[in-house]
Design a protein around this ligand. Structure first.
Ligand code: NAP
Length: 284
């Protein structure tokens, strides 16, 4: 039995970030300032702290300024919305990232929607989602956009293929299905109430797992030769796909870590630089 070819997210991400760094340097040369990303973190959830630190480290490495905005766990929705609105109105900030998830007592949708669409470099606002769904200009949700870049880098053309997306969250499953649909895939979106998931997955040419459950997708569910993208990240560097099993069935497979994660951050950086150019009304 042949082994699946790994899809190397680190390499794909490096290409995207190196290009973003070149454009960031051009931006600085022309305006005297670096593109600036504000990172808003509510509370001190260890995973979220790590994700924000990784994003800020990448910014520093590739010539993007990051301004960290920590908020206490006890903050109210109104206070958070007001702080984000201030960043939306601050001309020295080009992009805003609100780290997901926020504590349960906060209306996350209201907080996301306080981000100006022009600064929504993580692609989380209702306006960005609508723009993406209608195929209009706007910032895409970073993880699904990163997955599309991975597919492109490995010459996977979704056109006419059956794509099964497992998960329907606003930041991952739903925008993922929109982006695949926009590229002419036939898309089935699955969730916790889906009946007989393994049978659906067996018909998929492309599987995107975005469930948040370790090794949830089993190798025997996969059609031999399928392209399998594991967006999941669970404790202990474990994805949502049983990697060892999938390796003997899939044609292409993303590892965890080193698959989807790096491309998510790369798209965030790229969109921050694009936002900076657009706000200064200059082209790269
Ligand atoms: P989420 O908001 O918890 O959504 C999980 C989705 O999985 C929901 O739509 C849920 O269905 C569905 N689901 C749960 N149990 C299921 C089952 N038994 N069968 C089918 N579907 C089921 O999670 P998320 O934010 O989308 O994240 C998903 C995963 O991606 C997590 O592991 C997360 O860590 C990872 N992630 C990675 C990145 C990255 O940059 N690599 C970014 C974001 C998230 P219902 O809607 O019916 O509840």
């Amino acid at each position: 039995m042949s082994e699946a070819r790994p899809m190397n997210g680190i390499e794909v991400a490096r290409d995207i970030m190196e290009r973003a760094a070149e454009r960031a340097a051009q931006f600085e040369a022309r305006t005297g300032a670096k593109p600036c990303l504000a990172t808003v973190l509510v509370g001190d959830d260890p995973a979220s702290v790590t994700y924000v630190r990784m994003k800020r480290n990448r910014c520093a490495k590739y010539g993007i300024e990051s301004r960290h905005v920590p908020m206490p766990e006890t903050i109210t929705t109104e206070e958070l919305v007001s702080a984000i609105t201030e960043l939306s109105n601050d001309p020295s900030v080009h992009g805003i990232l609100l780290q997901h998830p926020v504590p349960h007592h906060i209306d996350e949708r209201a907080a996301f929607d306080a981000i100006a669409a022009t600064k929504d470099v993580d692609g989380v606002t209702s306006q960005s989602f609508a723009a993406m769904a209608f195929g209009r200009d706007g910032f895409a949700s970073c993880t699904p956009a990163g997955i599309m870049r991975l597919l492109d880098a490995y010459d996977v053309d979704p056109r006419g293929k059956h794509a099964v997306v497992i998960g329907r969250s606003a930041i991952l499953g739903k925008p993922m299905s929109m982006l695949l649909l926009a590229r002419d895939a036939t898309v089935t979106v699955c969730h916790s109430k889906t009946a007989d998931l393994p049978s659906l997955v067996r018909t998929a040419d492309i599987v995107v797992a975005a469930v948040g459950k370790p090794e949830f997708v089993r190798g025997e569910w996969l059609k031999p030769g399928a392209v399998v993208v594991d967006a999941g990240y669970n404790e202990g560097n474990v994805g949502d796909v049983a990697f060892g099993e999938a390796r003997t069935r899939a044609g292409l497979l993303t590892p965890v870590p080193g698959g989807v994660g790096p491309t998510t951050i790369a798209v965030l950086l790229e969109q921050t630089v694009t936002a900076a150019f657009r706000q200064q009304q200059i082209s790269a």
